[in-house]
Design a protein around this ligand. Structure first.
Ligand code: BG6
Length: 478
């Protein structure tokens, strides 16, 4: 469905995110026929170049980051014709008059801050005071949204001084992933799961986001961040919220975000022995974390596993185990909900390999769902039980229609439509920092060092113990 005509200004348009995700994503939306002709995409950055040079850069980004089968010359030309460029000085005066002359007040305006958070306030102030962004304009900001509660509050204030919360779109690209949205469909469009979705029937939940990449190239950012700030405070917290929240009264931005906020507020602090931090070692030619981060003494974690509890009626008694790390065995993100065993078995143990039901929601790769069920082993061997998966790959189930759109392009289209459901509200981000801050302060005060782990494995051995001692097991990363 096409969106209405818009002018989108991308600050930081020459940066890595713009080239890898935002601009190729917008091109794919043009290809899909979703962006009306006449819309403008205006790059704004410090680099001194003209619109022609910007178009050449974007052409390069498309060639590098879009599947060659989807590069259609007419659509590329149509997209490049929408582009314009302004040299801008975020903290000074240069370029703002130019920008004002280009942004049309009679179409939807969106301003994407793909820049360091330290510039958010400067950009917001200039857009507002110079009358470039009106009361209907949308401001899109990227993570990291601060590095603790104090800095997040300062960012929220810098934006709130000039714009209303209904105009601010804080991106967490995990919320734009197909399966993450499907999580809500699975929970709230089916009657099957919801009655079982509580501590009485759910033994535990595991959320895994495993990556094979290291932090090479972005070591200076990452070393000040670490897995807790980079992944848990935002992406994993959002996944946890969508699993744990109460049904919102409507699929509406504030209804959904109110419910997520309640989950974050109900999260208990994590005891030191309920978490394991790790740091990857070198393997072959691949440097270890300490070389990637360029600080041979760094105590930053590239891996974290933790057990947390949500103190409310629905979840007391069901632990949530979270783990994420770099340079692990495989790139795989999934949520696994393990249900309790039936209260009484009518089958003898010898009659099979009894296991619990597990619902696995695969975020990537191969988006889909898998429900592990017990059935009778086929054949004449008597009543023997086996566990089999009811497996649904979205791509296979929906065939051609499974348009697994990249998270960024979906979210940008939501900005244009004015739909904030998949964006984080200011109070949510602050509540998430309020939960992570004391945990991080705790390990900093103790001077904890992360445990080294071999690259290409599933992380430090102690992380296995985190579950073993509860009589549970992590799912394999593969
Ligand atoms: C980013 C983190 O937000 O998410 C990165 O800063 C991480 O460190 C990335 O690699 C993971 O995103 P995806 O979509 O590849 O799972």
């Amino acid at each position: 469905i096409p969106v209405d005509e818009f002018d989108l200004v991308i600050f930081g348009a020459t940066g890595d995110l713009a080239n890898r995700k935002i601009l190729p994503g917008l091109y794919r939306r043009v290809l899909a026929g979703q962006i009306p002709q006449g819309s403008q995409i205006i790059g704004a950055a410090r680099s001194d170049m003209d619109a022609e040079a910007f178009r050449a850069q974007v052409r390069g980004a498309i060639e590098e980051h879009v599947n060659p089968a989807k590069i259609v010359p007419e659509s590329v030309a149509e997209f490049l014709a929408m582009l314009d460029y302004v040299v801008i000085d975020a903290k000074g005066e240069g370029g703002w008059d130019d920008l004002k002359a280009k942004v049309r007040p009679d179409v939807i305006n969106a301003f994407y801050f793909s820049v360091a958070p330290s510039l958010f306030g400067d950009l917001a102030e200039r857009l507002h005071k110079r009358g470039i962004a009106g009361p209907d304009a949308r401001i899109v900001v990227e993570k990291p949204f601060g590095r603790d509660l104090t800095s997040a509050k300062a960012l929220n204030k810098a934006l709130a001084d000039h714009f209303d919360e209904t105009q601010i779109y804080r991106i967490d690209h995990y919320l734009g992933k197909e399966t993450v949205q499907n999580l809500m469909a699975v929970r709230f469009a089916n009657i099957l799961f919801e009655p079982l979705w509580n501590a009485q029937y759910v033994d535990h939940v595991q959320i895994t986001v495993a990556e094979t990449v290291g932090v090479g190239g972005r070591g200076s950012y990452y070393d000040k961040s670490g897995a807790m700030r980079d992944m848990v405070q935002n992406h994993m917290m959002q996944l946890l919220c969508l699993i744990a929240m109460e049904p919102p009264y409507h699929f509406d931005p504030d209804a959904v975000r109110d419910e997520k906020l309640k989950v974050i507020r109900a999260l208990q602090s994590v005891a030191p022995n309920d978490m394991v931090r790790g740091q990857y070692l070198a393997k072959g030619d691949e440097p270890g974390y300490l070389a990637d981060s360029e600080d041979p003494e760094s105590k930053t974690e590239s891996y974290i596993a933790l057990k947390c509890h949500i103190a409310n009626w629905r979840w007391t008694g069901t632990p949530f185990y979270l783990r994420t790390g770099k340079r692990l065995r495989a790139r795989t993100s999934e949520i696994a909900i393990t249900f309790k065993e039936p209260p009484h078995s009518i089958f003898d143990e010898a009659e099979g390999d009894w296991r619990e039901n597990v619902l696995v929601i695969r975020l990537q790769p191969n988006e889909g769902m898998n429900l592990k069920m017990m059935i009778k082993e086929p054949g004449p061997g008597g009543m023997r039980l086996v566990q089999v998966p009811l497996d649904m790959s979205f791509a296979e189930a929906l065939g051609e229609e499974a348009d697994i759109t990249d998270a960024y392009e979906r979210l940008i289209m939501d900005v244009i439509r004015g739909n904030q459901t998949l964006f984080m509200r200011g109070d949510e981000v602050e509540a998430a920092w309020a939960w992570t801050d004391p945990i991080i302060e705790g390990w900093e005060a103790r001077g904890d060092r992360p445990q080294p782990y071999d690259s290409g494995t599933s992380g430090p051995d102690d992380a296995l113990m985190l579950m073993h001692r509860d009589g549970r097991r992590w799912r394999e990363i593969r």
